[in-house]
Design a protein around this ligand. Structure first.
Ligand SMILES: *[C@@H]1O[C@H](CO)[C@@H](O)[C@H](O)[C@H]1NC(C)=O
Ligand SMILES: *[C@@H]1O[C@H](CO)[C@@H](O)[C@H](O)[C@H]1NC(C)=O
Ligand SMILES: *[C@@H]1O[C@H](CO)[C@@H](O)[C@H](O)[C@H]1NC(C)=O
Ligand SMILES: *[C@@H]1O[C@H](CO)[C@@H](O)[C@H](O)[C@H]1NC(C)=O
Length: 354
């Protein structure tokens, strides 16, 4: 058989066609993982109460621990082990483990096995398969649906964290002290945070003598909402999402520029927190952070690749974020009536009199 230039050309066209078909298939598959902004909103709104059926949370409890996971079985295992080692003072605890589905509806079997075989020593454990792919939005926004008279404390944990044995002790005292303050929308457990103002550098540093401070931007490495504010926030979100044109942009902060980049690339799906930041800004709410010496935290973040951190991270940045509180100090309970406020540049913000 002779290879005439004509045959070679036809063969080449065929090969190009094949390559292009595979490329398209792959390319379209990967873009399908990033839903354009207005598309996920519409999907969200098609479902009752934002993201599918809200869970029935009728077990009466003192503490509800909400763990969210998709397919990182090892991370889940590390987190729930730390939950078993924490102190709960004999109080009632419910551990809800929420497993998301892939876009084509699969539950990761290994993750499910770790969750279902885990023996929680301190209370009731419930493993929930989400009924469809809800993503990070659904995981955060539709896993705690407290009744208006509920007094339970909830804490929402992504799977790449571990907790300090004292995290519940901390939550009890800060909720008791500050839930009554309308401007406190919740309690972050992390010991470290960047400054979010554009042009600012370094970490937030509050004065040594202040055990806590208020800050305009939520910290998501372990967050325990103030129930009243959380309900208000979810109600607001359900209304605002109907406005396709609305974008939650807050002037002069880094998260806004990240979010704007995500709008361009169709990845806003990964940043639910922008809505919380916007709502807090609009309503002048703040999140309370601990300020322990050495940036000790009630959680540590292992910064693994996943929804927030891409696989391209250097080894150094995979180190844990900070050290955990492993010894309880009496000073931690020295809570001021009115915590100081830091602004997004890390400066102490004068609190004007009402
Ligand atoms: C991939 O998407 C492009 C642009 O939307 C479209 O023209 C093409 O037909 C798609 N390819 C496949 C294999 O679905
Ligand atoms: C909570 O609701 C579920 C489903 O309706 C029911 O099976 C369960 O018995 C209820 N638990 C309590 C404590 O009421
Ligand atoms: C959840 O998913 C796992 C893994 O696919 C399955 O074995 C289990 O039966 C599911 N549970 C429920 C309640 O659907
Ligand atoms: C909350 O209200 C429901 C019904 O309105 C009632 O059954 C329940 O006992 C109340 N719970 C508390 C803690 O007051």
């Amino acid at each position: 058989m002779r290879y005439s230039p004509g045959k070679v050309l036809i063969l080449m066209i065929f090969v190009i066609f094949l390559v292009q078909t595979f490329y398209n298939k792959f390319f379209n598959y990967s873009v399908s993982y990033t839903v354009p902004d207005n598309v996920w909103r519409r999907i969200a709104l098609q479902h009752k109460d934002l993201y599918g059926e809200p869970p029935i949370q009728n077990e009466s409890t003192d503490l509800r621990i909400i763990v969210m996971v998709y397919n990182r079985a090892d991370s889940l295992s590390r987190l729930i082990k730390s939950l078993n080692e924490a102190l709960y003072f004999g109080e009632r605890v419910v551990l809800d483990i929420w497993i998301d589905r892939s876009k084509d509806g699969q539950i990761d079997e290994n993750t499910y096995r770790i969750a279902s075989e885990f023996q929680f020593k301190h209370g009731v454990k419930i493993v929930h398969n989400h009924t469809f792919h809800v993503g990070i939005y659904g995981q955060w926004l539709n896993t705690w649906t407290p009744k208006s008279n509920s007094s339970e404390i909830a804490v929402i944990l992504e799977d790449d964290l571990t907790v300090s044995p004292y995290f519940y002790r901390w939550l009890k005292i800060v909720h008791k002290k500050y839930d009554k303050l309308v401007e406190v929308n919740g309690y972050s457990l992390q010991g470290i945070s960047i400054k979010h103002g554009i042009g600012s550098e370094g970490l937030l540093e509050a004065p040594f003598e202040d055990v806590v401070f208020l800050y305009p931007v939520i910290g998501t490495w372990g967050f325990s909402p103030n129930r009243r504010n959380w309900v208000k926030f979810r109600d607001w979100l359900e209304v605002i999402l109907h406005d396709d044109k609305f974008q939650p942009l807050v002037p002069n902060i880094l998260p806004t520029s990240w979010y704007q980049a995500f709008i361009q690339t169709g990845k806003t799906e990964g940043m639910w927190s922008m809505w919380h930041i916007y709502h807090a800004w609009k309503t002048r709410e703040f999140t309370l952070y601990p300020n322990f010496a050495g940036h000790l935290g009630l959680t540590v973040n292992w910064k693994e690749s996943g929804l927030h951190y891409g696989p391209g991270l250097s080894q150094e940045s995979k180190n844990p974020s900070n050290n955990l509180v492993t010894t309880w100090r009496a000073g931690y309970e020295n809570l001021p009536e009115n915590p100081i406020r830091l602004d997004v540049y890390g400066n102490i913000d004068a609190v004007e009199d009402p």
